[in-house]
Design a protein around this ligand. Structure first.
Ligand SMILES: *[C@@H]1O[C@H](CO)[C@@H](O)[C@H](O)[C@H]1NC(C)=O
Ligand SMILES: *[C@@H]1O[C@H](CO)[C@@H](O)[C@H](O)[C@H]1NC(C)=O
Ligand SMILES: *[C@@H]1O[C@H](CO)[C@@H](O)[C@H](O)[C@H]1NC(C)=O
Ligand SMILES: *[C@@H]1O[C@H](CO)[C@@H](O)[C@H](O)[C@H]1NC(C)=O
Ligand SMILES: *[C@@H]1O[C@H](CO)[C@@H](O)[C@H](O)[C@H]1NC(C)=O
Ligand SMILES: *[C@@H]1O[C@H](CO)[C@@H](O)[C@H](O)[C@H]1NC(C)=O
Ligand SMILES: *[C@@H]1O[C@H](CO)[C@@H](O)[C@H](O)[C@H]1NC(C)=O
Ligand SMILES: *[C@@H]1O[C@H](CO)[C@@H](O)[C@H](O)[C@H]1NC(C)=O
Ligand SMILES: CC(=O)N[C@H]1CO[C@H](CO)[C@@H](O)[C@@H]1O
Length: 822
């Protein structure tokens, strides 16, 4: 296990010498006392003075601090403790724009209260209605030194704490013995108990009495320790900048929404991006890439987006631009997409004319050493320089480079972007290291002839990539939403230093804007690995370089829940079938099914692993087809959830306790989850198992109905809960535009035997509502009324064994309707 101050050792140059500090030493520090307290409406300020002899544990205790407390909304208190005498690092607004500062609210109207004792200074956050203490520094003095900050709160015993990522621990953190280190790093194999790519210093704590959240806005390296009955922050710089969120006494999703009010709600992504993505590092050449596309098609597995890795840049002989452009054109003419990796490194070619380097040098955008020379590092491409995203010219530079390199007429017309950074090699002598490591790598095989036929075998059938029943690509402007299906139900269906922490996020913003500039007005997809709080406003996230093994398969669910439910980065998924090492037919088949219920569904692996496209094995092919059938049928349902996430911050996937907050059995569960609001997913998690034991909260759950007849139009599924009612929503738009000129927003509610479908129907879907399926109907109704008129016998089918009642509707989705079971 990592010692608590390992990072601090790096940061302050060995002062700690690796000492593990006795908590009693920290608790014996003097803390501060508050004076000059001023309260004005929803704002409190005070001076904090060191209350005794300095303990100087990791530096010199700062003698005088400034406290500012603001009741920013009825649900949010901002507590900021700064050192007025020195400029300490604060996360800039460009990395995380602060919520707009409206007038502070009156404490008497707030759901939580800030309370304090003056000497020694301690503070607590209480729920206003019940005076329940949510956070309290009592008996744990605050320590504030140049490179060490410590705040410790007591917790209830056996507390339910979620978040504080990125990590590969269980979703519910062990409250008695956990140390989480937040500091971005490339974490090959994503080992448990170590820091990973992302930094999200926020947690949601769930209790039987309610759910609240705490966000420490600080991007310095930190260790957060959960020990029996306490949570302790140990931060190596910056300021104490806390946001306390009341959440709710009854609805955990409120805590998620209130966090989104600070960091922003997630960007909406294009409709097509919910389709299947295929990628690998190490496609051999352009023929290989075309072969994957053809073979998916031949296997009848609907591939939406083909991705390629960095090989394209490194090896133009193997991936000639003209042939790659042909592949991209082919994809686009088949309503498919293309995504390519973009790294921030720019090849260092000071002596030859290389546009990206020359333009960046002219604009002065590259990171510099202290003496003003270019900061050189080493990545796959060789010795390189990096844009400094805080440079005023960096955005224009990046936008220009995107418009040149990804020019649709002369370059590769990408549909989305995949960004990453490879910065983990200590670059003391990058030129020599490049020679030692043979970078760029040399190939042992010759490149293929530049004019080999592609898409010829199997013969390309026009549009054959889009197996019609899976058609999801058709939501482009002017396109046709011809195969919309939607499901909506209430109850559920069991089935199956700062710089590294911020570099990824600032690059994400620059890339998102550069992509938007290429296709003005249209949404895009940017996927990255390194994220800081607020990243979801710009990018989605893949969970990094995991292994093709069953533990990683299972852990990916906790990883997804952290990102999507807590950190507001909902476009998330792990590398399906595993990135490193060799997968197996059975693991890849299971993972295809699991991955169909990640928000972001991408099969991806390493150059050293065996090929793992779903069509490589019969079992995996079938599993992928079944799972994609389900996923594509639920696409509008999930798209609706995503739209709501953008509007309100409500999570698109969530743990069971979000829906059943009083059911203590659900608190530790992280192998089952809700996909959207209503679909409970419980995958098989053991190798060679064909069944799984699952936990069902006390409610009514239905098997998700298999589709018997192919439904091209919308289909609504009504699945009443224990109270006999159900409700749901459907959101439809053109799938790609940022500003929508027409939207359809439908509310369904089933109460007392009547389904009412109401809403606004601005977007012309051009399709009908084919039918409504009622689940859990124990006997055939005497008659069924559609808009008050009896439905003819042939329009109704009832299956006693499955208790499913199908009612044909056949109305265009241009106005509401009612169906009554009499
Ligand atoms: C607030 O703190 C004061 C001590 O400063 C204490 O007397 C009081 O009970 C606290 N209020 C609540 C609601 O805990
Ligand atoms: C705490 O966790 C560490 C690392 O997992 C483990 O080595 C240690 O034994 C645990 N301590 C206790 C008291 O469980
Ligand atoms: C989503 O929400 C944000 C506000 O958080 C907004 O700026 C953005 O434009 C919205 N729409 C899309 C398409 O991302
Ligand atoms: C595609 O399938 C053909 C025929 O089975 C096979 O020869 C080829 O190797 C496959 N290519 C790829 C990239 O899967
Ligand atoms: C560029 O040219 C100078 C002068 O010939 C030489 O010293 C330097 O090593 C060259 N730099 C690189 C990166 O090739
Ligand atoms: C500038 O600093 C870098 C990094 O410390 C060093 O490698 C380089 O030699 C220096 N250049 C000069 C001209 O001193
Ligand atoms: C969309 O599909 C409908 C029904 O199949 C068809 O009548 C219509 O012409 C199509 N519209 C476009 C733009 O292709
Ligand atoms: C699953 O089955 C395979 C093949 O029989 C076997 O090699 C493997 O050990 C089994 N795994 C487990 C966890 O039993
Ligand atoms: C199976 C799996 O996805 N494992 C891990 C992959 O990597 C991320 C971290 O980057 C983890 O969250 C996943 O659990």
């Amino acid at each position: 296990m990592r010692t608590a101050f390992l990072l601090a050792v790096f940061a302050i140059g060995g002062v700690l010498a690796g000492t593990v500090v006795d908590p009693a030493v920290l608790d014996a520090c003097p803390g501060y006392s508050a004076s000059n307290v001023k309260v004005e409406g929803g704002t409190l300020t005070a001076s904090l003075k060191l209350a005794g002899k300095a303990c100087n544990v990791f530096g010199t205790d700062i003698a005088a601090l400034q406290l500012e407390v603001v009741y920013e909304t009825t649900n949010r208190i901002h507590v900021k403790i700064t050192d007025p005498t020195s400029a300490r690092y604060e996360v800039p607004d460009s990395v995380l724009p602060r919520p707009s500062s409206a007038q502070p609210v009156s404490p008497s109207s707030a759901a939580i209260q800030f309370n304090y004792t003056a000497s020694p200074f301690t503070f607590s956050i209480l729920r206003s209605r019940t005076s329940e203490v949510l956070f309290s520094t009592k008996s744990h003095p605050i320590i504030y030194e140049p490179q060490y900050l410590r705040v410790k709160t007591s917790l209830p015993s056996n507390a339910n704490i979620y978040g504080l990522g990125e990590h590969t621990n269980n979703f519910r953190l062990d409250p008695d013995n956990t140390t989480l280190t937040l500091w971005s790093r490339d974490a090959y194999g994503v080992p448990t108990g170590t820091n990973l790519y992302g930094n999200h210093p926020v947690y949601i704590e769930h209790r039987n009495t309610g759910t609240h959240a705490v966000f420490l806005l600080n991007s310095n390296g930190m260790d957060i320790k959960l020990t029996e009955g306490a949570l302790e922050y140990n931060v190596i710089g910056g300021i104490l900048d806390f946001y306390f969120l009341a959440g709710s006494e009854t609805d955990p999703t409120e805590a998620a929404r209130q966090y989104a009010e600070i960091v922003g709600t997630p960007a909406e992504v294009p409709y097509w991006s919910f389709g299947l993505h295929q990628c690998r590092f190490g496609y051999q050449n352009y023929i290989d890439v075309a072969g994957v596309i053809s073979n998916y098609s031949a296997a009848g597995i609907p591939l939406e987006t083909m991705w390629t890795d960095i090989s394209l840049y490194l090896e133009p002989d193997y991936f000639p631009l003209t042939r790659m452009r042909e592949i991209v054109d082919y994809l686009h003419s088949h309503d498919q997409r293309f995504i390519l990796m973009t790294d921030p490194a720019v090849g260092y070619f000071p002596n030859s004319s290389y546009g990206p380097f020359d333009r960046g040098s002219a604009d002065g955008v590259f990171l510099k050493n202290a003496n003003g020379s270019d900061h050189l590092g080493l990545v796959w491409a060789g010795v390189s320089v990096w844009p400094d995203w805080f440079n005023d010219n960096a955005q224009d530079y990046w936008t220009t480079e995107f418009s040149i390199f990804y020019n649709k007429d002369t370059g590769l017309d990408i549909d989305g972007s995949w960004i990453d950074m490879f910065c983990d090699i200590p670059c003391t002598d990058p030129f020599q290291q490049a020679i030692n490591q043979d970078l760029p790598p040399a190939r042992t095989t010759a490149p293929p002839p530049p004019d080999a036929p592609i898409f010829g075998n199997p013969a390309p059938r026009k549009r054959d990539l889009l197996v019609p029943q899976y058609s999801i690509n058709n939501a482009a402007p002017g396109g046709n939403l011809s195969s919309k299906t939607a499901y909506s139900s209430l109850s559920f269906s069991p089935m199956s230093s700062n710089a590294p922490s911020r570099y990824g996020t600032t690059m994400s913003v620059a890339t998102h804007l550069a992509m938007l500039a290429r296709r003005p007005g249209l949404r895009t997809l940017v996927i990255t690995r390194s994220t800081f709080a607020g990243a979801g406003k710009h990018v989605g996230k893949w969970l990094g370089d995991n292994f093709s093994d069953w533990d990683h398969y299972k852990n990916s669910i906790a990883g997804m829940l952290g990102m999507a439910t807590i950190y507001q980065v909902p476009m998330v998924g792990a590398d399906i079938c595993g990135y490193a090492e060799d997968t197996t037919e059975i693991l890849c088949a299971r993972w295809a099914m699991l991955g169909a219920f990640y928000p972001f569904m991408r099969n991806h692996n390493a150059d050293t692993s065996i090929s793992q496209e779903f069509y490589r094995w019969p079992l995996t092919t079938q599993a992928a087809k079944n799972a994609l059938d389900m996923r594509y049928r639920l696409l509008d349902y999930f798209y609706t959830a995503f739209h709501q996430a953008n509007q309100t911050g409500s999570p698109v996937v969530s743990p069971l306790w979000f829906k059943y907050p009083k059911d203590t059995n659900t608190y530790p569960i992280d192998v089952q989850w809700f996909y959207g609001d209503s679909i409970l997913v419980s995958p098989v998690t053991e190798e060679n198992s064909t069944s799984v034991s699952i936990y069902l909260p006390n409610d009514i759950f239905y098997d998700f109905p298999h589709s018997d007849a192919r439904v091209q139009d919308f289909e609504f599924v009504v699945a009443p809960g224990v109270d006999g009612t159900a409700s749901g929503q459907l959101y439809v738009d053109d799938g790609v535009s940022i500003e929508q000129s027409a939207e359809t927003e439908v509310e369904m509610s089933f109460v007392g035997k009547t389904l009412k479908v109401t809403g606004s129907f601005g977007f012309e879907t051009g399709v009908n509502t084919a039918r409504v399926r009622f689940l859990g109907v124990s006997k055939a109704p005497g008659s069924i009324l559609l808009n008050g008129q009896a439905v003819a016998r042939q329009g109704v089918s009832y299956n006693q064994a499955t208790q499913v009642l199908d009612v044909s509707v056949g109305l265009p989705l241009t106005k509401g309707f009612t169906v009554t079971l009499v």
